[in-house]
Design a protein around this ligand. Structure first.
Ligand SMILES: *Cc1c(COP(=O)(O)O)cnc(C)c1O
Length: 408
């Protein structure tokens, strides 16, 4: 008997291959770093989200080992059964304190990944009111995990979805004004992951307040990076409200793994009661929570501040130098510095040429980004130095003149 699933899988994979959409893995043998070897080849890497260089920090590594000695390797069960340790509890209260200046009566809840956090928070909040009574407003550049959370809420709870453009808030305002559903939730990334710019959160908070909505913000790329103490986007913009539902991730700037939500305590408590990925999933290892407490100390402290100062120096240096004739830097003040190359063909040849010369920078093509805006997603981190940044700019300049010919 033929196994039709195998026949279909082979056929679909071939299709991906011929559409140049088949993803391929690189296998790293060592810790993530600004200078990293893949296979036999050394690279300067501009692709990691480890913005502060904490993923291989000696203090956090030591705390992880200490955590294993105290709690072992696994948690054994979900949070609600017996998997919730003292380390998780301590981490949750530390995370709540990071946002407590901006969210009254703030508490936090942990998740194993940011993807699970977004699915959880969106579906749980969508059950605050009866099916058919909730409207979700989702920014058009939002992360895949938000998009999927919204789709799930549409299927399960009959929420109404409106996508909005953060550059056209008048349109959003008109839609909110005409919306008679009892509960409205606006959802946006804080820092857009493929663009690097920050959402207009002050204006969105005004709208949320005017139309009695919640404002859910995913600060995956701002937590640890933005604000004097690395507390994230709310502290950098100094925006207070009990309407915030703040999601942060712990595998990017915090250097470990996991995610959390912070909100006024009745919202957090509701999410903990309703979020299926929280209820029916094994708690992440307590040792990770223990290591994350060390990471939060570091983020808030003097070393964290030094790292953020160095990073913002590198961002300014890069923006000042990265002026090209055919490539266009997007307006961004964050460590995400996308360079628009235009066609897929140019994007692929630039990315390939960079790879040949020992620079690892991912090319991002449609449908991940709009047509004709294929780009390099360059990320800077505190482990880079000026030489790395200048070498990248010079190499891009050389590639540009090879591709387009020298200009005067
Ligand atoms: C990376 C990312 C996530 C997912 O977080 P993980 O912890 O990696 O699952 C969610 N939202 C945004 C905006 C992200 O960039």
């Amino acid at each position: 008997m033929n196994n039709s699933a195998l026949v279909l899988a082979r056929h679909q994979l071939q299709q991906l291959q011929s559409d140049h959409l088949l993803r391929t893995l690189r296998v790293a043998k060592t810790a993530t770093a600004a200078h990293q070897t893949f296979g036999d080849k050394a690279y300067r890497a501009f692709c990691s989200n480890d913005y502060l260089g904490l993923a291989n920090d000696a203090l956090i590594n030591a705390a992880l080992i200490e955590g294993v000695q105290q709690y072992g390797s696994g948690s054994g069960a979900s949070h609600w059964v017996s998997g919730h340790s003292q380390a998780h509890e301590h981490l949750q209260s530390r995370l709540a304190r990071f946002q407590s200046e901006y969210i009254p009566e703030c508490t936090s809840l942990l998740f194993s990944t940011g993807f699970a956090a977004n699915l959880s928070v969106i579906t749980a909040l969508s059950q605050l009111s009866a099916p058919g009574e909730v409207s979700l407003y989702s920014a058009n550049l939002n992360h895949a995990s938000i998009i999927d959370g919204v789709r799930l809420a549409q299927k399960m709870f009959d929420v109404k979805l409106t996508r909005f453009d953060t550059n056209a808030l008048e349109a959003l305002k008109a839609q909110l004004a005409n919306d008679s559903r009892p509960l409205k939730i606006i959802i946006t990334d804080a820092v857009f992951s493929m663009d690097g710019h920050i959402a207009p959160l002050a204006e969105l908070l005004d709208l949320a307040t005017q139309f009695d909505a919640l404002l859910m913000v995913d600060d995956a790329h701002g937590f640890g990076v933005l604000g004097d103490k690395g507390h994230g986007v709310l502290s950098s913009l100094k925006l207070h409200s009990d309407r915030w539902v703040y999601v942060g991730t712990l595998g990017k700037a915090a250097g470990v793994s996991g995610a959390f939500v912070c909100a006024q305590k009745s919202l957090t408590q509701w999410i903990s009661q309703k979020a299926r990925p929280h209820i029916y999933s094994t708690a992440s290892p307590p040792a990770l929570a223990h290591a994350l407490c060390a990471s939060l100390d570091l983020i808030e402290g003097e070393r964290g501040q030094q790292k953020r100062r160095h990073l913002s120096h590198l961002i300014s240096l890069f923006k000042q130098k990265a002026v090209f004739e055919h490539f266009q830097l997007m307006p961004s003040d964050t460590p995400i510095q996308p360079l628009i190359l235009g066609s897929n063909e140019v994007a692929l040849s630039v990315s390939k040429a960079l790879d040949d010369l020992g620079f690892m920078v991912p090319a991002i093509r449609p449908p991940t980004v709009p047509l004709n805006t294929a780009r390099l997603r360059i990320t800077l981190c505190a482990e880079h130095d000026e030489t790395d940044v200048l070498a990248l700019v010079q190499t891009l300049r050389d590639i540009e003149s090879t591709l387009f010919g020298k200009s005067a």
